[in-house]
Design a protein around this ligand. Structure first.
Ligand code: GDP
Length: 454
């Protein structure tokens, strides 16, 4: 189902760079490219075979714009499945726009956001789940998320969905064989087969459904609250984590007043950090605001790094903070190990504790290990089938409920027709997920979030 229109866009980010790529895709991509690009050797682009690259010159009518390399892909062997020409010119804002303008005036239309990938989907190059993986790859914020998105793009989830679809289809076919004899009891053997197939679908969907918890940790990152009384080294710890001096480090108690959010890459994860004013009951009104923010943050954070100065005995402030903490999401960070130690782990019975010197970046590996353990990142395999978007989660959840209902009906002795309705419902939902049967609106909703040029 090749589109009649040939579209073009700048596929590289706007700004100055070594190379800028203008991508043209559609039936007339090579003919249009030939109108603006003249190869140095004189051979026209239209005579080239797929996967060829040639050096040459880009013109807007008679005017030379740039020197460039044109790469030709012939349908169906291209990203979109259509004829594609990519002109790699110099990477400047003006030069790439000038080349694009020339291409548009030679007959191409401007591509919509995600249009190249949408065309790839429409031409059967990838399903909707893999397309979401493409988008995820581009926006990945950490090593682990990148691995997970790549697995999605390479079909890990699609394969699982296909197995589930196959089980439901087989079930549906078995039902059809019985639908001519609605009044007869089902033989024992087919009852067994029904249960086997439906459990296969149910288990597969359940596994995917719970994988979203892991997917979310990799995709959205982990919100982290750094708490502790003033001067224990929270800002310094934050700087150690981010390696950027984003928050103000000072030795005057209570000067880091606002919550400053900062996303950093640490322990292979995207950590969303908030440094706070320190948790301390205080009569200082301004600092009180910070205390409130810290308390709020403590409740909503997935991970709490509670900092104590290990060169000083615990005082009432420390003890009050300690009383607010929960063992399952907190790491006790005992800072300033470069000084004489006055605190030991057993003061924090049952808590996960790590000794560091934030100032000297010591204890970093131990902290990484503790973070990966407590966030369960350690047990997540990014190469496994993980759901990574709300759309995927929502549809898998719908399919799971429909399959569970079918199973209950089957056990409850309902007619095959009634069970069949639920199985069909599950299949329809899964076809929407993969895009096998999908409305334009659903597909547009997925591609709308892509950038132009992808
Ligand atoms: P916050 O109020 O908890 O954010 O504490 P800061 O990060 O502003 O640190 C308070 C003071 O402690 C500063 O003078 C830091 O240089 C110092 N500090 C932070 N971490 C360490 C450390 O590991 N060792 C030593 N000796 N001093 C530290």
């Amino acid at each position: 189902m090749l589109s009649e229109k040939t579209v073009a866009a700048i596929s590289t980010p706007s700004g100055e760079g070594g190379i800028g790529v203008i991508r043209i895709s559609g039936k007339d991509a090579i003919i249009i490219a030939e109108k603006v690009f003249k190869s140095a050797s004189g051979s026209p682009l239209t005579t080239l075979s797929g996967y060829s690259a040639v050096f040459g010159y880009v013109y807007d009518k008679e005017e030379l714009i740039d020197e460039a390399v044109a790469t030709v892909f012939l349908e169906p062997k291209s990203y979109t499945g259509e004829n594609v020409c990519e002109i790699s010119c110099h990477g400047g804002r003006y030069v790439t726009s000038a080349v694009l303008r020339a291409v548009l005036s030679a007959g191409a239309e401007m591509a919509a956001p995600g249009e190249f990938t949408k065309r790839a989907f429409l031409n059967g190059k990838l399903d909707l789940i893999k397309a979401e993986g493409v988008m995820g790859l581009i926006s990945a914020k950490s090593k682990e998320e990148l691995r997970a998105q790549l697995s999605l793009k390479r079909g890990k989830v699609s394969e699982e969905i296909e197995k589930i679809e196959a089980a439901l289809l087989e079930l549906s076919a078995d039902f059809a064989a019985y639908s001519d004899y609605p009044d007869e009891d089902l033989p024992e053997l087919s009852q067994d087969n029904f249960s086997r197939l439906i459990s296969l679908a149910e288990d597969g969907l359940y596994k995917l459904l719970i994988s979203f918890d892991s997917g979310k940790i990799l995709k959205e990152g982990v919100s982290v609250a750094i708490v502790g009384k003033p001067n224990v080294g929270k800002s310094t710890l934050m700087n150690m984590l981010s390696r950027e001096n984003r928050s103000i480090v000072t030795n005057i108690a209570g000067t880091t007043r606002d919550v400053i959010e900062n996303e950093v890459n640490f322990a292979g994860l995207n950590l969303i950090l908030a440094d706070t004013a320190g948790i301390r009951q205080t009569s200082d009104a301004v600092e009180g605001v910070g205390v409130e923010l810290a308390r709020e943050r403590l409740n909503s954070a997935q991970l709490v790094l509670a900092v104590f100065d290990c060169s000083e005995e615990l005082d009432n402030n420390d003890k009050e903070i300690l009383s607010l903490l929960q063992k399952d999401n907190t790491i006790i960070v005992l800072n300033k190990t470069d000084k004489e130690r006055r605190l030991t782990e057993d003061l924090f019975g049952g808590f996960n504790t790590v000794f560091i010197s934030a100032k000297n970046s010591e204890g970093e590996e131990e902290l990484k290990t503790a973070i990966r353990q407590i966030t369960t990142a350690d047990s997540i395999d990014p190469a496994a089938a993980l759901l990574l978007s709300e759309r995927q989660h929502d549809l898998v959840s719908k399919a799971y409920n429909a399959v569970k209902e079918a199973k209950n009906m089957l056990l409850g002795g309902f007619t095959i027709d009634a069970v069949e309705v639920c199985v069909e419902e599950a299949l329809t939902v899964l076809y929407t997920l993969s895009g096998k049967r999908v409305t334009n609106e659903v597909a547009d909703e997925v591609f709308r979030r892509f950038c132009v040029g992808k």
